[in-house]
Design a protein around this ligand. Structure first.
Ligand code: NDP
Length: 463
């Protein structure tokens, strides 16, 4: 394709875009990539990575408290928010540099610029005032927090983007939403000593997860001191003369806090990129519509990751990037597999989950076996912490296939990663039973729950 400047031009330097650019360049393709903000994208710069660092930071008060039962005397601890933010910034700057270096190291060319599509094969780089041509174009511009223009006073609120860099740690915060971000940040802020209230419109937080975990996490968070108000939304937010905020929530209660954070979902970044001009089809939420191979309605233009709003998770974007490479450059059409995706919520305690929740399984299968264990993790015996771990397997009674595995407790995310393998492979409860336990661990419960705790037959629970 010598007629074009590049074999592949990627718009967006997040996890998906960088992976595609790096791998295509390593295959010897001429690759360019443009990123308008910082290489690494949401996950590295203002998402998963800094979030996990903040989770670690917020866990120390519990570690200090738990140490006493093990014989340690910990002097009174103090916390410095600017130190955490500065150290986090140093780490993400390091990762950002690695992301860009890896593309260059593979032979790709990186640009720091916003990119606009001018034509199906032409990209204009605004920051460089440069126009380039490419045979294939991949859009991987991700998403951003959904704004809430209908909320009077929304201009006083912050989103997850700002939460990573607020100048001063608030004394009190209200967080609106009941999904991953709201729940994770409620635990982070609470752990750092902030008076935290979570306001959620539904009946129970984390609507897409197993109800058992949702309820138990809710109770545990409340026991720690996080206030959770369900069936409520904020009706307005007003700035007070002292700079604090008043937020009116359903029921007429006014919360006075230093920050209001909105975490009500994320929307795709598809505006002002020339997509309409080129005729790329967009869906209802503004997401780019793609076929099963991540190809848009324009033959040589592809899209992966959050901008397509299929599953908003970093590993999914990376997987879609690898499938795109197979399809576009290796003559091996490969559709991303979005089934049975393990995932974690870095709440405290953590959630790790893969496969069907009990409620979903019951709708699809007439005979479900539930294996459930709730126990105090060994670590909390001497620490005295009154926190339970929950493990649950959802099994199809007819085939014995394990349909779902759900964990609440320490290291649940790590366990979900490993459970993703047997569930993806379609293994049965008998395979779990034949597996030797690792002792003493919490995870051994997963292979030692021999009898169903209860069954659900045709939607009816049978004990
Ligand atoms: P989620 O979709 O997880 O949650 C959005 C929440 O906001 C839901 O509780 C939803 O309620 C509520 N909501 C939506 N609209 C409104 C509204 N108008 N008013 C009040 N509440 C509203 O989105 P997040 O923003 O938490 O996270 C975005 C995505 O990022 C996640 O879906 C996830 O894929 C990804 N992510 C993954 C993480 C991880 O892997 N650990 C961590 C953080 C983010 P309802 O339930 O009723 O719809």
């Amino acid at each position: 394709m010598a007629g074009y400047d590049y074999d592949l031009f990627v718009i967006g330097g997040g996890s998906g875009g960088v992976r595609a650019a790096r791998v295509a360049a390593a295959l010897g393709k001429r690759v360019g990539i443009a990123e308008e903000y910082r290489y690494g994208g949401t996950c590295v710069i203002r998402g998963c990575v800094p979030k996990k660092l903040f989770v670690y930071a917020s866990q120390f008060p519990e570690h200090f408290a738990d140490a006493a039962g093990y014989g340690w005397t910990v002097p009174e601890a103090s916390f410095d928010w600017p130190t955490l933010v500065a150290n986090k910034d140093r780490e993400i700057a390091r990762l950002e540099a690695i992301y860009e270096k890896n593309v260059k190291g593979a032979g790709g060319e990186t640009f720091h610029s916003r990119a606009m599509l001018v034509d199906p094969h032409v990209v204009h780089l605004l920051g460089e005032d440069l126009t380039v041509t490419a045979n294939q174009i991949l859009i991987a511009t991700g998403g951003r927090p959904a704004p809430h223009p209908a909320l009077p006073g929304h201009e006083h609120c912050i989103f997850s983007n700002e939460a990573f860099d607020i100048k001063r740690l608030p004394k009190a915060i209200m967080i609106e939403g009941g999904g991953y971000i709201a729940v994770e940040f409620a635990n982070i802020f609470h752990g750092l000593g902030v008076d935290t209230t979570l306001v959620y419109r539904g009946k129970e937080i984390l609507s897409r997860f197993d109800m058992d975990l949702r309820r138990t996490l809710h109770e545990t968070m409340e026991k720690k001191g996080i206030k959770i108000v369900c069936h409520a939304v904020s009706e307005w937010v007003r700035k007070r003369p002292d700079g604090r905020l008043d937020a009116l929530i359903t029921g007429g209660r006014v919360l006075t806090v230093d920050q209001v954070m909105l975490a009500i979902g994320r929307i795709p970044n598809t505006e002002n990129m020339g997509l309409e001009g080129v005729g790329i089809e967009l869906g209802k939420t503004g997401a780019i519509v793609v076929d099963k191979y991540s190809r848009t309605n324009i033959d040589n233009i592809w899209a992966i990751g959050d901008v397509t709003n299929r599953v908003q998770l970093t590993p999914v974007a990376i997987h879609e990037a690898m499938c795109f490479i197979e399809t576009a450059f290796k003559g091996n059409p490969t559709a991303p597999d979005h089934g049975t995706i393990p995932t974690a919520v870095f709440s405290q305690p953590e959630i790790g989950t893969v496969g069907l929740a009990e409620d979903e399984a019951v709708k699809r299968f007439s005979d479900i076996e539930i294996y459930r264990a709730s126990f105090r993790p060994m670590r909390h015996t001497l620490s005295g912490r009154d926190e339970k771990m929950l493990m649950k397997l959802v099994v199809d009674g007819a085939s014995k296939r394990v349909l779902g595995a759900h964990i609440l407790g320490p290291d649940a995310g790590e366990m979900a990663q490993l459970l993703g393998i047997p569930l993806k492979a379609g293994l049965t409860k008998d395979d779990f039973d034949r597996t030797m336990a690792v002792h003493p661990t919490a995870a051994e419960e997963l292979v030692t729950m021999y009898k169903p705790t209860y069954r659900v037959k045709d939607g009816q629970r049978v004990d």
